[in-house]
Design a protein around this ligand. Sequence first.
Ligand code: NAD
Length: 273
Amino acid sequence: MNAPAPSVQPRNALSGRRALVTGSTSGIGLGIARALAAKGADVVLNGFGDRHGIQRIQDEIAAAFGVRVGHSDADLSQPAAIGLMFDELQATGSGRLDILVNNAGIQHVAPIVAFPPAKWDQILALNLSAAFHTMRLAIPLMRQGGYGRIVNIASAHGLVASPFKAAYVAAKHGLIGLTKTAALETAAEPITCNAICPGYVFTPLVEQQIEDQARAHGIAREAVIRDILLAQQPNKRFATVEEIGAFTVFLCGAEAASITGAALAVDGGWTAH
Ligand code: NAD
């Protein structure tokens, strides 16, 4: 009798790997960190929140999947804080870094003429420059460990624009350019770098946008979801953090070795228009 074909993603496919997921105390980042841990990777969380709440998340993931779960509260809009986070990363756990997910991001919605310059700087610093700084420090560690997977969480707004999101759209387009450059610089090595471009995913960031738009237009939440947010998204549903987590896991595995420099849409057909 033939042996059963190996599953594409064994349960421990990422065992022995160590991942840093930025902005992972909430939303998509937390979903990705959980999905990587479920495949056996040690994870370092990053992001803000109540210290006890974050500790509970760390304990819960560690107990569920038998992996080590650290946390850094570094403010990634500050290059010096990113440097300190990497010093700590190298001094703790195995010291290695195999997987980097650049996910931390914020949004601000306003027309260009009314866009606060300080918001522009803050969004560019977090949504774009932070990924440069983490990659600058992570690639040497990946080279040292002989394996690297970089996944940058861009957006459908990295591929197409919408009005009133100047900083976000500019940063996400830039992040895709940065992704392609890193992919070319590491292409001959066992390192890949890709961008995931989600459409709307239901998270606290989107919840905030629903409330803001409902207030701005004086309409009900349901109308904001149907007529504004999902108006662009042909499949008319929010993606889930579990879907983005599963796709990230695939990109971080051995099977995705030939996928690099790609901007991969997970947007229900948004950018097919
Ligand atoms: P979220 O608001 O739920 O989570 C953001 C995370 O980033 C939190 O953990 C927060 O603490 C952390 N964070 C915020 N500022 C930080 C800083 N200065 N330093 C370090 N950490 C910081 O957001 P989300 O919806 O999960 O979005 C995550 C990423 O996905 C963002 O880059 C966003 O642009 C992108 N994205 C989201 C959607 C969506 O529909 N939710 C769609 C496309 C792309």
